[in-house]
Design a protein around this ligand. Structure first.
Ligand SMILES: [Cu+2]
Length: 324
């Protein structure tokens, strides 16, 4: 038999490994930036406060069970509580106070997170347009004219202003270690501030189920020192191939994709937040016809797995025998 202290430690260890293991770097409670930090604080605060309530309830339950159990000298006890103003006030006010204590910090944090993190608000944010397409992520940096697919480089200690939209299905951008998710929707734009405080690679994904290729819609966020980030931007501007609309249309066909890098952005010819039909028109230009909006099956292409050649061409349709 383990001593009490020892078994407690084991329990804590088990709980912790359950929390942290399965998820790898997808973990919410291991924040690496100010946004995720305030959200993790909110989660711990809410759990702690609710546990306190559970504790009080269990203590009261024990006291009442013992004090009011049926005993010889208690036979026939009939409590009169109907119309008791005192009791009515007590059991109305306590839940109101509980809701206030839980909701005030939550609402304050939600409003705070709509702005750039306070500590770095004086710095110019890096603007990144994050566009979801079944089943890929496209990231455009309009300020420096570069675009990436399925990965994202960001500088540390600077707010990143994500402008979220979708070319087709509703999706949700989620980078757990940097902050909670927000929705991407075709024909509109949502905004999300995130920030990384530490150099590292963080997992990102779509958090809104969108059908067959959903599990493949993942990306890596690589946080670099400002100097390394600037060097990457310069290298990309000079070395990466340009993105043409013809190449871009290939990305609109539902399928998966490896990481890609371009020295121009699709914002030159389409902004999906104002043009919700671009992807459908691109399908027509590509000769693609979906058989079902949420499955990979389609006329002409069935879930292509796209890659980028050295010259910048998007490949991966060739291996797909035309399916007509
Ligand atoms: Cu919407």
């Amino acid at each position: 038999m383990l001593k009490n202290g020892k078994s407690l430690k084991w329990l804590a260890f088990l709980a912790l490994s359950l929390f942290l293991s399965g998820c790898g770097n997808m973990t919410v409670l291991d924040p690496k930036g100010p946004v995720a930090e305030s959200q993790a604080w909110l989660i711990w605060f809410s759990i702690g406060f609710m546990l306190l309530i559970v504790l009080v309830v269990f203590i009261l339950l024990t006291v009442i069970l013992v004090k009011y159990r049926e005993r010889e000298d208690h036979k026939g006890y009939q409590p009169e509580i109907e119309g008791s103003h005192k009791l009515e006030i007590i059991w109305t006010i306590i839940p109101v106070i509980i809701v206030i204590i839980l909701s005030v910090p939550t609402i304050m944090t939600i409003f705070e997170l709509e702005e750039a993190p306070a500590a770095t608000a004086h710095k110019e944010p890096v603007v990144v347009h994050a566009t979801s397409v079944n089943w890929k992520w496209i990231f455009s940096y309009p300020e420096v004219g570069i675009e990436t697919v399925n990965y994202l480089n960001i500088p540390t200690d600077r707010p990143i202003l994500f402008k979220l939209t979708s070319a087709d299905s509703m999706a949700a951008l989620w980078i757990p270690q940097l902050g909670g998710q927000k929705y991407n929707m075709a024909g509109m734009e949502t905004q999300l501030y995130l920030q990384a405080n530490e150099v590292g690679t963080y997992a990102g994904r779509n958090a809104n189920y969108t059908g067959e290729g959903f599990s493949e819609q993942k990306f890596d966020v690589v946080a670099l020192e400002q100097g390394d980030f600037d060097a990457w931007v310069e290298e990309t501007q000079s070395d990466a191939p340009e993105l043409t609309q013809e190449e871009y249309d290939k990305l609109m066909v539902p399928g998966s994709s490896s990481e890609m890098t371009f020295s121009s952005t699709h914002l030159d010819w389409v902004d999906h937040s104002t043009d919700a039909e671009y992807a459908i028109n691109a399908w027509e230009r590509m000769g693609y016809e979906p058989l079902n909006p949420h499955s990979r099956a389609g006329k002409a292409y069935e879930m292509p797995a796209l890659t980028q050649s050295d010259s910048g061409e998007i490949e991966g349709f060739e291996s797909q025998a035309a399916n007509e």
